[in-house]
Design a protein around this ligand. Structure first.
Ligand code: FNR
Length: 188
């Protein structure tokens, strides 16, 4: 069996280290996982005024999550939380009321920063949001990545073996988590 993973990169930066991390994770993931990026870039800012008539970008976001068996968040830390663009995307997908796209979806969280805290605080903040939207989070292992160009090549090749092993095992655990959640009760 293969599983479709929709992944979010929380950064809009053209030089995003989290985008590099997402490439590394895709390279190191087990063959059962297939990846499609779910873009957050073109979404307008959410307002309940849109609930009766979602714009095409937001409908596309909800459809992309609907086609996914699981979601992966690869996010920077901005001011000890997640970037506004990512929170905006989550707010869109959680609405309109009663049509929350994340309900029961298997999810994992990871992120990279230049600093040694490795997005730990942002990930805790994101986990609070994902708990409320009722995603089934993988809670362990956790992964707080300090980005360095000596470890990550721009194409996502991981140059340090211990890091490659760690990230590969994180993705193996995510596959197992997805299987556990979906085997008990498939998403409809
Ligand atoms: C940051 N950065 C940052 N880093 C961190 O470890 N904790 C933080 O709270 C913040 N806050 C923060 C706010 C804003 C507005 C910016 C622009 C940056 C630094 C951040 O880790 C660094 O810019 C990374 O390169 C961001 O990830 P991407 O965009 O390269 O994927």
């Amino acid at each position: 069996t293969t599983y479709k993973v929709g992944y979010f990169v929380g950064s809009l930066s053209s030089k995003s280290v989290n985008r590099i991390l997402s490439k590394a994770l895709i390279r190191l993931a087990p063959p059962e996982l297939e990846f499609t990026e779910i873009s957050i870039r073109d979404l307008p800012l959410y307002s309940p005024d849109h609930d009766a008539n979602f714009p095409p970008e937001a409908l596309a976001l909800k459809e992309a999550i609907g086609r996914s068996d699981a979601v992966l968040f690869v996010t920077p830390e901005y001011n000890r939380s997640i970037p506004g663009a990512l929170k905006n995307a989550i707010d869109w997908a959680s609405r309109p009321w009663g049509q929350n796209s994340f309900d029961h979806i298997p999810a994992a969280v990871i992120g990279a920063s230049i600093g040694s805290i490795g997005t730990a605080v942002a990930q805790q903040s994101l986990r609070g949001v994902l708990a409320f939207v009722n995603a089934r989070q993988m809670t362990a292992p956790e992964a707080y990545i300090q980005y360095s160009p000596e470890v990550f090549a721009e194409d996502g090749e991981v140059l340090v073996e211990s890091t490659a092993l760690f990230l590969g095992s994180f993705m193996n655990e995510f596959r197992d988590h997805i299987m556990r959640v979906l085997t008990v009760l498939p998403r409809t």
